[in-house]
Design a protein around this ligand. Structure first.
Ligand code: FE2
Length: 380
């Protein structure tokens, strides 16, 4: 049994931020959930000025750190309730968007975050109006019903249909200030979402279409956005790819890459996109035989010449293509500078196998299958 559900309106394109006025009125008191960097570089101000033009009230919560904990959510909810907010705009990368979702949810639902995160408490009421405005192109959080918040020392995703935003405004003009290495690694995060959704067990024809389109756009436009951050056509298409990949991932699930990258990123504090990128070629190589036709399609998407080859040989070209793609984006081949001790490797391999996301991977590794991969990625 498969289903597809995605109720968020997506508004995309250069200048689309100006359409905010269609979704906010003068009865709104918005809690703007964002981070200090976006306040510092004036991006939050753009949103506040638009809200002021509309006549909407605005309370800013800008204390969202990378990898937010539950305390951040509780603090934001307390502030929003005290100010009398009735709606939320989440502005930023994955972290402000994830916190914003939970603030909108807890504005109308009683109790604490952990009751919903750990005890699966049912929803009392629809969440407050939520508008997601991403400023990076990668996490896809703007179109997902998932919020990842650290609780009980675990990066714990909360996934429920109540967390879909009313609208996602995806304006690439907000992304031009992203430096090249952030552009490339966040873009590869989007690529891994699409890849894992495409080859995963939860894939269906709708998610396949979104995932393939996302990967095709990233293959063409991510290198352009990397070499010239001002290339608006490239930025626009990379942002679109992140949205398509986000929807595909939310509906179809993830797999071995995010399962391996999770423990590494949390123990070593490696940026999420980078930790996914280094596992990507190994994952493609490992998954090949479990989804041969899909890897042939991936090789062809990269423009590899598969004529006259067996399906196995053609699928193998996907690995070469991915390696070249990452090299073009100057992404490091490993996380050697982050490596701790040899004892970490079996620990990471076991945690990766225990990850819920791994259930969706087309091939099921044992910890000993992953140890050589962790060694290659972590040890020079
Ligand atoms: Fe991701």
């Amino acid at each position: 049994m498969k289903q597809f559900y995605m109720p968020t309106r997506i508004v995309h394109g250069e200048g689309s931020l100006s359409r905010l006025k269609e979704f906010v009125g003068n009865q709104d008191h918005v809690c703007l959930v964002t981070d200090k960097t976006l306040v510092g570089i004036g991006v939050a101000r753009k949103v506040m000025d638009l809200l002021s033009d509309i006549g909407a009230k605005c309370t800013v919560f800008s204390d969202v750190p990378p990898n937010p904990h539950e305390e951040v959510v509780e603090k934001a909810v307390t502030q929003a309730k005290k100010a009398g907010c009735n709606s939320v705009i989440a502005l930023g990368g994955g972290s402000p968007l994830d916190v914003g979702k939970m603030v909108a949810f807890l504005l109308t639902n009683p109790g604490k975050l952990e009751e919903y995160q750990w005890d699966n408490r049912p929803t009392d009421a629809p969440m407050a109006k939520l508008i997601n405005i991403p400023t990076t192109a990668g996490t896809g959080s703007e179109v997902t019903a998932t919020a990842v918040i650290i609780s009980r020392n675990t990066k714990k995703g909360i996934k429920r249909d109540d967390l879909f935003a009313m609208v996602a405004i995806v304006d690439p003009a907000l992304m031009v200030s992203m430096p090249p290495h952030i552009t490339s690694t966040t873009g590869i995060d989007a690529f891994t979402h699409a890849y894992e959704a495409y080859v995963g067990l939860g894939a269906n024809p709708v998610t396949d279409a979104w995932a393939l389109e996302a990967m095709g756009l990233l293959i063409e436009y991510l290198p352009r956005a990397y070499v010239n951050g001002q290339d608006m056509e490239a930025r626009e298409n990379v942002a679109l790819a992140a949205v398509l990949a986000g929807v595909a991932m939310d509906q179809a699930g993830l797999g071995v890459i995010h399962s391996c990258s999770g423990p590494v990123a949390s123990y070593y504090d490696v940026p999420h996109g980078l930790s996914n990128a280094v596992f990507l070629p190994y994952a493609v190589s490992y998954n090949l035989i479990a989804a041969l036709d899909k890897h042939v399609m991936l090789a062809e998407l990269f423009g590899m010449d598969t004529s006259g080859l067996s399906r196995r040989e053609a699928a193998g070209l996907a690995v070469d293509a991915v390696v070249q793609f990452l090299a073009d984006l100057e992404i490091p081949e490993g996380l050697y500078d982050y490596f701790g001790t040899d004892e970490d490797i079996p620990k990471f391999a076991q945690s990766a196998c225990d990850m819920f996301l791994m259930k969706n991977n087309p091939r099921k590794p044992k910890p000993e299958d992953l140890i050589p991969i962790f060694e290659a990625v972590l040890k020079r």
